[in-house]
Design a protein around this ligand. Structure first.
Ligand SMILES: Nc1ncnc2c1ncn2[C@@H]1O[C@H](COP(=O)(O)OP(=O)(O)O)[C@@H](O)[C@H]1O
Ligand SMILES: [Mg+2]
Length: 181
């Protein structure tokens, strides 16, 4: 089954945060987001937007050394993971990530490729790239919950409801390249 894919542009840090906040309102619980992309592409910034959208008002720093940082949110607990420094996915065993999901939480994972085998399948994978102006974000659904989140984020009549401050360019297409109706 082909899953939905959406590409968004965020021209600035503020847009990146706004996009995260908007996405936050589309997530169901439990939910897993993978954040992929080179250093400095804005993964942590997007996480900050998501957590803000769920009511968190303080700082969000990437847990590069602690690996995981919990946030008490109105809807449940959000866990921000940064696996950049993980050498071997086995190092993650003690975190009990699958148990965290069972308690209906939200996992936001930077550098998920470094935790291969120890992480649940994501509902949504977001790949961020540098763009001539700001960043381009490719969002791929990997589950029904992920599809629902994308449909919430990007209405079927593509482009009409995304504030221009968030999306300069917007494409929505099926994985196989067919356009949405
Ligand atoms: N859409 C964007 N356009 C321009 N700059 C951005 C955007 N998103 C984030 N940034 C900036 O990129 C830098 C790196 O962001 P960060 O979230 O720490 O990246 P990562 O976690 O991927 O390493 C920060 O200075 C941030 O303000
Ligand atoms: Mg980061």
């Amino acid at each position: 089954m082909s899953r939905r894919r959406v590409t968004l542009a965020a021209a600035s840090e503020a847009d990146q945060v706004a996009l995260g906040s908007r996405l936050a309102g589309c997530l169901s619980w439990p939910f897993v987001v993978f954040l992929e992309g080179d250093l400095g592409t804005g993964k942590t910034t997007l996480v900050r937007g998501i957590l803000r959208g769920l009511g968190h008002q303080g700082n969000v720093k990437s847990p590069t050394y602690t690996l995981i940082e919990p946030y008490a949110l109105g809807a449940g607990t959000g866990y921000h993971l940064d696996l950049y420094r993980v050498g071997d996915p086995g190092e993650l065993e003690y975190l009990g990530l699958r148990d965290l999901l069972a308690e209906s939480s939200l996992l936001l994972v930077e550098w998920p490729e470094r935790g291969a085998g120890e992480l649940p399948i994501p509902d949504l994978a977001i790949h961020i790239r540098y763009a001539p102006q700001g960043r381009e974000l490719e969002l791929r659904a990997h589950s029904a919950a992920g599809e629902a989140a994308l449909r919430g984020l990007v209405p079927m009549d593509v482009g009409s409801k995304i504030p221009p401050s968030i999306a300069l360019r917007l494409e929505s297409q099926e994985e196989n390249g067919r356009n949405q109706p």
